[in-house]
Write a protein that binds this ligand. Structure first.
Ligand SMILES: [Zn+2]
Length: 829
């Protein structure tokens, strides 16, 4: 044991500590020197790197504070030239005492590369053996790669000096300049918060472009370089259009100089909004054919991260309790930007994504969008979910309906101008909107943003009424459209209403189906009368307005989960709807819901084969009806593969003999076929054969998923080891294994593991942390084991104490899903 290695675990920063520290110090400059060649470290090539940080800061003289350092080893630390004792480093913090008015602290450490996507992540590409690095500092991982005062409201300019292998490209939050062989300097004069400082280094392949005076860079690992070239035109177009849109809309130009988008491996989130250099998952540089709907989703993500350059990066939240505001805002504005300024209209996708938020808002773990307090940094992460994104964005959309666009945008411009390069709170934004003309916004926010849960808009006797949830009552007025459909599904009548406390009798004078929120504008659950469902099934194929179909589908998903709609009837509705559905994003989501839920946990095992066969027939018919080479043909084929039960059919497709014209067996389709075929037949050789033909990182994930799904005791035992024991596998391989493990039709094989999941999952906190810990538990949750007995076991596990927070959250949500399936089976069989 070396005296300079801390034996204590880092602790999460308390809000009170952050407030105290911010009142005491001002950071004036950050200089970070990294050696990524390991030349200065002994015998640890590839595992460790050297990091030296020099921080200039002003302080209340005589005071004390601490900085954050989560290295492997502290080599040295000095404050104003005096060495600090090794014991000053504890719990991931270095104590600083006897501060002067102007101070300089220098910290040198040995740091470990990470494999879980947080800190400085290291990936070796199996395609060619090249090494790629990228840094993810969110939410409190910055001290894993450099010493700092890690909180959002201690911003500072940064200068990085980096030593890297000669052939590497190095980029970061500011322009990167090569100053010597393998030596780079990156300077960002604009103040940055620690959580969005990044570095991307490796033999990345790049495309560069210039738009409206802004240098654009797109980067991906070399083995995807050709694919990046193919995607570059679309990426450049969307990025340029979004810049133009935000410049028009926000009244402040993009402030960080160059704008890089690094597509990186093993990325946990969709993307991260580091100023000047976003990191984004490299699955979005497609290796296989992608549909327009996929590209639209990618455009939404690009526009989302760009919106953050203003909202989050230019003006940053003071503390994590306003994290929701960053996400809700970026989500809402990005959908608007793509719809108004690119060729990817996104409101349908917005409506589909709302399901994510409605599930979260009806789970026992629900919480208000705003104002949870976030007593410490890690607590904030627990509330970072579908409520922050989908619900928050939908509520902002209602806010725009309430304020009007002029007030909404006027307030935003005021907010950016007033708080540029600094920090602000939600109250500051409310004040800005109020200055722009908003009235009574505090009351509005209390009802929509500071109260959990959602209203139900119910149709009964031809009238629409608002029902507030009993456990979270609130007074919300919904600005919505109501439509009446005729016998064929066409809109016979449509009207705008303000729905508050009293039922709205609109349209009650006529017969026909009434659809509340017909334009999908509010945040609510739509409940049809029980007798309406067979009538909706009868007309769904004739409803010509896509937004109305979307509202019906979302209502069906909620009603199934509430045990208010027989899953068999929901399946009839979807099967009747798919042939006429014009929106690919909706078609894909509803076919997926039918497969994963209606023929999964919401289906009695005895009926599973028959329901799956029906769904399969509909996907085959959709393939046959679609034009050769069309997106719909591809979507239908993708949906047909996992519902196929006949190995001969799959073999014919895989061999190419019976593959319909217009489809080509690219990597993804080949993997889909091999996965399904090996799951049905138990033939592990197929997976290894495919892997020999495709040595990419993505192939390793496909293989991990397929191996876990094999119907043999040996395969399950091996997969279980990967899931529940420490290993050197990447987090992505663990996620893929979790996704493949519990499969329909493997109940007997899985029975023991269902019980073991609840016994053993708690111990994974001993070797996994953060995102990877919760995500693995969530993906591996045995939600197909629908029985009262397993539900009781799950509840008993939750009642015990000692579960780490991310595990507890994953188990609460998984158990809510299981409980709903049990209730539906109790009622409908
Ligand atoms: Zn975001």
């Amino acid at each position: 044991m070396r005296a300079d290695t801390s034996e204590t675990d880092p602790v999460s920063l308390l809000r009170s500590e952050a407030e105290q520290r911010a009142s005491m110090i001002t950071v004036t400059s950050m200089r970070v020197d990294l050696d990524l060649t390991s030349a200065t470290l002994e015998g640890a090539a590839g595992e460790l790197f050297a990091s030296t940080t020099t921080i200039d800061f002003r302080a209340t003289p005589g005071g004390r504070t601490f900085l954050d350092f989560k290295g492997r080893r502290l080599i040295s630390a000095t404050l104003n030239g005096t060495a600090l004792p090794a014991e000053s480093w504890r719990n991931g913090r270095i104590e600083l005492t006897g501060l002067a008015e102007a101070n300089t602290v220098v910290v040198s450490g040995e740091m470990a590369y990470s494999s879980d996507g947080e800190g400085l992540h290291r990936h070796v590409d199996p395609a060619d053996g090249h090494t790629y690095l990228y840094a993810m500092s969110f939410l409190d991982a910055a001290p894993r790669w450099f010493a700092c005062f890690d909180q959002p409201d201690l911003k500072s300019p940064y200068a990085f000096e980096v030593t890297a292998p000669e052939e590497w490209t190095v980029i970061g939050n500011g322009p990167a300049e090569k100053v010597g062989p393998g030596r780079w300097r990156i300077v960002q004069e604009r103040p940055l918060s620690t959580y969005f400082v990044t570095l991307v280094a490796g033999p990345y392949a790049s495309v560069r472009h210039r738009h409206d005076g802004i240098e654009l860079g797109f980067h991906v690992r070399a083995s995807l370089g050709e694919q990046l070239q193919a995607e570059a035109k679309d990426l450049i177009e969307v990025t340029s259009q979004a810049f133009d849109y935000y410049h028009r809309t926000f009244g402040v130009r993009y402030p960080f100089g160059e704008y890089h988008q690094a597509f990186v491996p093993d990325f946990n989130a969709g993307a991260m909004e580091n100023p000047g250099c976003i990191t984004i998952r490299d699955q979005l540089i497609y290796r296989s054919r992608a549909t327009t709907a996929q590209r639209a989703g990618r455009a939404g993500l690009i526009a989302h991260e760009m919106a953050h350059q203003w909202f989050g990066d230019l003006v940053t939240m003071t503390w994590w309790d306003d994290l929701w505001l960053n996400e809700s805002f970026a989500e809402y504005v990005a959908h608007r930007c793509c719809t108004d300024a690119t060729r990817y209209p996104l409101w349908m996708e917005f409506g589909i994504r709302k399901d994510w938020g409605r599930i979260a808002d009806q789970a026992p773990s629900t919480h208000p969008v705003a104002g949870n307090g976030s007593a410490d940094a890690q607590a904030a992460l627990q509330d970072f979910d579908g409520i922050s994104y989908a619900k928050g964005a939908a509520v902002l959309r209602q806010l725009v309906a309430y304020l009007g666009d002029d007030v909404f945008l006027g307030g935003l411009k005021d907010y950016f101008a007033r708080h540029a390069y600094g920090n602000a709170e939600f109250a500051d934004l409310i004040a800005a909107w109020t200055r722009a003309g908003a009235v009574d916004l505090d009351r509005w926010a209390a009802n929509w943003l500071r109260t959990s849960g959602l209203d139900t808009l119910a149709v009964a006797d031809g009238a629409v009424r608002r029902i507030a949830p009993a456990d979270h009552p609130a007074d919300r007025t919904h600005a919505i459209e109501v439509a009446r459909l005729d016998e064929g599904g066409a809109v016979a009548e449509r009207t705008r209403i303000q729905l508050a406390g009293t039922p709205h009798p609109a349209l009650s004078r006529s017969k026909g189906l009434i659809v509340p929120d017909a334009a999908d504008e509010t945040w609510a659950k739509i409940a049809f009368d029980g007798g309406d469902w067979p009538r909706l099934t009868a007309v769904i194929g004739g409803i010509t307005d896509p937004a109305i179909r979307l509202v019906v589908f979302n209502a069906a998903r909620d009603a199934v989960r509430d045990a208010a709609l027989d899953p068999a009837e929901a399946l009839r509705l979807i099967l009747a709807a798919l042939p006429a559905e014009t929106e690919d994003v909706v078609w894909e989501a509803m076919a997926r819901f039918a497969r994963t839920e209606l023929t999964g946990p919401y289906c009695p095992p005895a009926e599973r084969a028959a329901r799956q066969a029906e769904l399969h027939r509909v996907t085959l018919a959709a393939m046959a009806a679609a034009a050769a080479g069309s997106d719909r043909q591809l979507l239908a084929f993708r949906a047909a593969i996992p519902t196929a039960a006949d190995p001969e059919l799959l073999r014919g497709w895989l061999g190419g003999e019976t593959l319909p014209a217009g489809l080509e067996l690219d990597q993804d389709l080949s993997w889909g076929l091999v996965s399904r075929l090996s799951e049905l037949t138990g033939d592990a050789g197929l997976i290894e054969e495919r892997l020999a033909a495709d040595r990419s990182a993505l192939a390793e994930q496909h293989a991990a998923r397929a191996r876990a799904a094999l119907p043999t005791a040996e395969a399950k035992a091996a997969a279980w080891e990967l899931l529940l024991r420490p290993s050197t596998g990447s987090a992505y391989q663990v996620y893929a294994t979790a996704e493949g493990f519990f499969r329909p039709d493997q109940d007997e094989l899985a029975a023991d593991y269902v019980r073991r999941y609840f016994d053993e999952i708690g111990a994974t906190a001993g070797f996994r942390t953060g995102w990877a810990l919760g995500r693995t538990a969530e993906l591996a949750y045995p939600y197909l084991a629908v029985s009262e007995e397993i539900l009781a076991l799950a509840e008993q596990t939750l009642a015990g104490d000692g579960l780490a927070d991310p595990l507890r959250r994953a188990l609460i949500d998984g158990t809510d899903r299981l409980r709903r399936a049990v209730a539906a089976r109790r009622r409908f069989g």
